[in-house]
Design a protein around this ligand. Structure first.
Ligand SMILES: NC(=O)C1=CN([C@@H]2O[C@H](COP(=O)(O)OP(=O)(O)OC[C@H]3O[C@@H](n4cnc5c(N)ncnc54)[C@H](OP(=O)(O)O)[C@@H]3O)[C@@H](O)[C@H]2O)C=CC1
Ligand SMILES: C[C@H]1O[C@H](OP(=O)(O)OP(=O)(O)OC[C@H]2O[C@@H](n3cnc4c(=O)[nH]c(N)nc43)[C@H](O)[C@@H]2O)[C@@H](O)[C@@H](O)C1=O
Length: 313
């Protein structure tokens, strides 16, 4: 990317899109194009066609999506499939029609089979059945990867796909039903401490393992790959380290200062038993994360405290 290039960040107000915007600003990229979903609903094909024809961006980060935790994925199954399929189709095709030089599509680690060997290598894609709760979202993300590959094959488009592990960071979603585990636990433990509650309820059994990457680290990896990687094959982005959800609850309890009991609501799903990314390809390309989990959780908690009123409406 050249410094004056016009760069469109789809989803610039989201946790990832805003981290990408900060990363670009830090590197001196100033010609950034953005639209909120109210200004441009990416599900509206004609609106997307008109936007690309008018703005003609050189580069695109596709970080807009219908996103949520395990429960939201399981409940809003139609929207997670339809919205994501249509948004990525509209953006990727318009990028092709308007000669975008390079596009980055953000997928997710849930594209891999539920019981794939660990750590998850990029070539495990489509080698087994998906996890049930997020199958619609995963199918949409797999379609996005395949769209990028197909435009690459048929038209030589430089459309690359990256697969982030579970993310957390500034501007996360703290809705107790629809969020991912880390923001949910930060809010639950903080509120329990403030209200002197004797226990906090976490979901599932606590035995599943997850890997977590701070969103600003993810953004750095995205910029690094946007500037250096031109391959057709997807690239995992993660830390290569995971922990059990039970261990995560202990870390969040310590960070927030909650000293009560943790109870497990086993009527809620566990999801995939484990999804640890194999990050050897990313490390081989020359990028490694810098923010370790305890530091990241502390940064996210400080951000939660600062913006609690906005995050908990
Ligand atoms: N969070 C995570 O743990 C992970 C996320 N990812 C991927 O990273 C990407 C970003 O996720 P994240 O930042 O967490 O998500 P957020 O929910 O924080 O942000 C999503 C963004 O998408 C935009 N958006 C949603 N629907 C529409 C629409 N119909 N039209 C236009 N824009 C829309 C929103 O725009 P607006 O604010 O204007 O409404 C918002 O800025 C996604 O592709 C996601 O799948 C991958 C792995 C893990
Ligand atoms: C990023 C990823 O995110 C989703 O997958 P997930 O990793 O299973 O998502 P999660 O963060 O919501 O849960 C992780 C684990 O944590 C447990 N858990 C405990 N207590 C709470 C809790 O209070 N809230 C939540 N949400 N989970 C909890 C929960 O039961 C599960 O075992 C995908 O649908 C898909 O969208 C995707 O790609």
């Amino acid at each position: 990317m050249e410094k004056g290039s016009k760069i469109y960040i789809a989803g610039h107000r989201g946790m990832v899109g805003s981290a990408i915007a900060r990363g670009l600003a830090k590197k001196g990229f100033e010609n950034i194009v953005t639209r909120t979903s109210a200004e441009l609903d990416l599900r509206n094909q004609q609106a997307v066609v008109d936007f690309f024809a008018e703005e003609k961006p050189d580069y695109v980060f596709l970080a807009a999506a219908k996103v949520g935790g395990i429960l939201a994925n399981n409940i809003y199954r139609a929207e997670f499939l339809y919205d994501n399929l249509i948004m990525e189709s509209n953006v990727i095709n318009s990028a092709h029609v308007n000669g975008v030089k390079k596009l980055m599509f953000l997928g997710s680690s849930c594209i891999y089979p539920k019981l794939a060997p660990q750590p998850l290598r990029e070539d495990y894609l489509l080698t087994g059945l998906l996890e049930e709760t997020n199958e619609p979202y995963a199918i949409a993300k797999i379609a996005g990867i395949k769209l990028c590959e197909a435009y690459h094959d048929q038209y030589g488009s430089n459309f690359i796909s990256v697969m982030p592990t579970n993310l957390y960071g500034y501007g996360d979603n703290y809705d107790l039903n629809n969020s991912h585990v880390l923001p949910a636990l930060i809010r639950k433990f903080h509120e329990a401490k403030e209200e002197n509650k004797p226990f906090v309820e976490a979901w599932g059994t606590g035995s599943p393992k997850r890997e977590f990457l701070f969103a600003d680290d993810l953004a750095e990896a995205c910029l690094f790959l946007m500037e250096t990687y031109n391959g057709r094959e997807l690239v995992n982005i993660g830390t290569g380290e995971d922990l059990a959800i039970k261990e995560l609850t202990e870390l969040v309890a310590k960070t927030t200062g909650f000293e009560g009991e943790i109870k497990w609501d086993t009527t809620k799903p566990d999801g995939t038993p484990r999804k640890l990314m194999d990050v050897s390809k990313l490390h081989g390309l020359g990028w490694k994360h810098t923010i370790e989990l305890p530091e990241g959780v502390s940064l996210a908690y400080q951000d939660f405290l600062k913006n609690q009123e906005i995050y908990t409406v």
